[in-house]
Design a protein around this ligand. Structure first.
Ligand code: HEC
Length: 278
């Protein structure tokens, strides 16, 4: 047998054994998939490299708009960031949330991270990242609104808590031309309960009726108000007044209604207006 033929046979055999070994390793359930068990260093580096290469290869084809420094765009993006992202990515002066602590890979604290490459951020926001908890916002938001959010993210690390609140207040709230909720009063007498830990989850979802006359804040990209493809995502839970007679979902641990519930792990006291119990 010629030596190079023997070389090919040996290499194929070795590769075959490695592939079978990897298959057995995966099938046997040896690797812990739990989010509370960090990847080993080699696995983490491998995934990190694949993630960066994948994003860069795609983001390099994008052309960021030239006016990302435009104050109107930044302001428009602020309201959406506050409504949809802070539950995972936090904001100046905001404590960690259950989501920011529990997700793995951990969502970066975007109020402390400079935007090195706007196209990279745009791509991640639009397409999300598989098996990480980062959603593909492009399924419900058009490109213009996503660029506005990138414009805001460039400013965010420069803001302190007061400046952050001010720019969110001056923004048009949560608006991206779809079925998102406009600023509203849930009838609990507390119009300002939206800075809770679950803020970023797009919890509301009672769609604005775009067919009725309504105003758009400055910086709102052109869009078709008649497009009605944004309904859904209704996850809103009405607050339960524990003092009134009520029933509990099966599996609710034994507890005394009216008892001042304050288990140690609650990040935010019970003013988040949601049915939130642990
Ligand atoms: C449910 C949690 C969650 C929500 C809500 C969420 N993200 Fe993320 N996001 C993540 C996680 C987790 C990662 C990290 C993924 C990874 O490293 O692979 C991430 C990564 C990112 C990154 C990449 C940062 C970098 O340096 O590479 C950007 C940008 C980002 N998110 C923006 C947003 C914006 C804007 C919103 C709101 C529209 C948002 N995210 C909402 C969980 C979330």
């Amino acid at each position: 047998m010629k030596s190079h033929t023997r070389h090919i046979i040996v290499t194929s055999a070795v590769l075959g054994v490695i592939a079978i070994g990897a298959g057995v390793f995966a099938w046997a359930g040896i690797y812990n998939i739990g989010a509370d068990d960090a990847h080993t260093k080699p696995v983490y580096s491998m995934l990190q490299m694949a993630r960066e290469r994948s994003i860069t290869a795609r983001a390099n084809k994008l052309h960021p708009p030239p006016n990302l420094d435009d104050a109107a765009l930044i302001r428009q993006g602020a309201g959406n960031y506050n409504a949809m992202c802070t539950g995972c990515h936090l904001a100046p002066g905001m404590a960690e949330t259950e989501l920011s602590k529990g997700l793995y890979p951990a969502p970066p604290n975007l109020s402390q991270a400079d935007v090195k490459d706007p196209a990279h951020h745009f791509w991640v926001i639009k397409h999300g990242i598989k098996a990480s908890g980062m959603p593909a916002w492009g399924k419900s938001m058009s490109d213009d609104y996503i660029w506005n959010m990138v414009a805001f993210l460039k400013e965010l690390p420069k803001l302190n808590a007061e400046q952050y609140k001010a720019i969110v207040a001056s923004s048009g709230g949560h608006s991206h031309g779809g079925g998102e909720t406009m600023p509203h009063d849930d009838g609990d007498g507390d119009g300002d309960h939206h800075d809770g830990a679950m803020e970023g989850m797009h919890m509301e979802g009672m769609g604005t009726d775009e067919s009725k006359p309504h105003a758009h804040p400055a910086g709102t990209p052109a869009h078709d108000d008649a497009a009605g493809d944004h309904a859904g995502m209704t996850m809103e839970a009405k607050p339960i007044d524990e003092s009134k007679p009520h029933s509990h979902a099966p599996g609710t641990p034994a507890h005394t209604d009216n008892a001042p519930t304050a288990p140690a792990a609650i990040t935010k006291p019970a003013d988040d207006g949601h049915d939130h119990q642990h």
